[in-house]
Design a binder for this molecule. Structure first.
Ligand code: PLP
Length: 369
């Protein structure tokens, strides 16, 4: 079976470097808020092109804490509306509702599965205060247009960059467009730790300072608590792992691009629709998504032929039992996307021969048999 994503093989490539980094931390005797975190924060903010990077425990916390910080700073208040794509992973929505903000779910672009300017513009009301721009599947949302719209209406922009480390438009990377950006380093992401980790990037000094306090019990100074904060920190071991992985991110993203371009050239089956992108650099192919009206049969065919697939995602957030209050929303495109998408293998360790085999297997699919 060709596995969807072989994490063991991915980390095996850097075995010696990872062991050296872990050993350095073990031998240091210092495991939280130390030199590895400081170095990673500096390296990642340089990579993204931002002034600050604040390490936190995971991607959900990165988004939740940023919205919370804007509340503490008086930029948001309970009941304010946040525009978000309806087809996102549920974490984006959880960050909004956890802060008693109101998610305004908008349909994505049929072409890119990301937010588009016209759908955002239609959803803006007098209560709208922010846009949560998700870079779904590894492709940047149309940030130049989103930032122009936000500026015109005086809205905050938070990027959800959990799937898009290194993606860029006009030479500017994910994480450097919005007022702030949340990243996840969950092991399966393009930049993955060997456990949970996350970060926020921003150019805003006051926001950065507030975030550092909120993630550390609400404290700027030990035993002095300005906010009712939480404990959300990126530990030294994970920071050390991420420093190793960051050095290889661009190479890994380039390999993903090669596989994606091979797929887009060689998959020719009329029963499947291929993903689209305007600009090669705007996509880092966290996932390679096919769409088919015959998804169940296609998945069965691929499984039977030894190709593992996953569905990202089978149920949209507004159809989850957790969000009964959103269940009456009519979002036909979002529903259709969730009914039709299927993710085929793409990874930094996949060979061209394996990718060719996936193409042949997809091309051999016939829904009637
Ligand atoms: C993975 C992911 C998150 C959450 O990150 P965690 O580190 O798992 O908490 C948020 N948003 C999107 C779009 C994601 O893919």
């Amino acid at each position: 079976m060709l596995s969807f994503l072989d994490l063991k093989a991915i980390n095996e490539q850097y075995r010696e470097e990872l062991i050296d980094a872990a050993t350095r931390v073990i031998d240091s005797g210092w495991y939280i808020q130390g030199t590895e975190l400081k170095a990673f924060e500096s390296e990642f903010s340089t990579y993204c092109g931002t002034k600050h990077c604040i390490g936190v425990a995971n991607g959900l916390d990165a988004l939740t804490l940023t919205l919370r910080a804007w509340k503490e700073l008086g930029k948001l208040k309970a009941g304010d509306e946040v525009i978000v794509p309806a087809n996102t992973y549920i974490a984006s929505i959880l960050a909004i509702t956890e802060n008693s903000l109101v998610p305004v779910m908008v349909e994505p672009s049929e072409r890119t599965y990301n937010l588009c300017q016209s759908n955002i513009a239609e959803a803006i009301t007098e209560k709208t205060r922010a846009i949560l721009a998700v870079h779904l599947y590894g492709q940047l949302a149309p940030m130049p247009q989103i930032m122009a719209l936000a500026e015109y209406h005086g809205l905050l922009v938070l990027e959800d960059s959990a799937q898009a480390h290194g993606a860029q438009i006009q030479g500017r990377k994910a994480g450097s467009w919005g007022d702030a950006s949340g990243f996840s380093f969950y092991p399966g992401k393009n930049l993955g730790a060997l456990g949970d980790a996350g970060a926020i990037t921003t150019n805003d000094d006051l926001l950065a300072k507030t975030l550092r306090a909120l993630g550390n019990y609400g404290s700027h100074e030990k035993y002095h608590n300005l906010y009712q904060g939480m404990n959300s920190r990126l530990d030294e071991i994970q920071a050390a792992m991420l420093r190793v992985k960051l050095r290889h991110l661009d190479t890994e993203n380039q390999h993903r691009r090669e596989i994606a371009s091979l797929y887009r050239e060689k998959i020719t089956n009329n029963y499947v629709r291929l993903p689209q992108t305007e600009d090669e650099h705007s996509h880092v192919w966290h996932l390679f998504i096919l769409r088919s009206e015959h998804r169940a049969k296609l998945q069965e065919h691929l499984t039977n032929s030894g190709v593992q697939t996953l569905i990202h995602y089978p149920i949209p957030p507004h159809r989850q039992p957790a969000y009964k209050e959103l269940s009456a929303l009519k979002l036909p495109l979002t529903q259709q996307i969730h009914d039709e998408v299927i993710s085929i293998p793409i990874s930094p360790t996949m060979t061209i021969a394996e990718a060719n085999r996936v193409c042949e297997t997809v091309n051999a699919f016939e829904p009637s048999v």
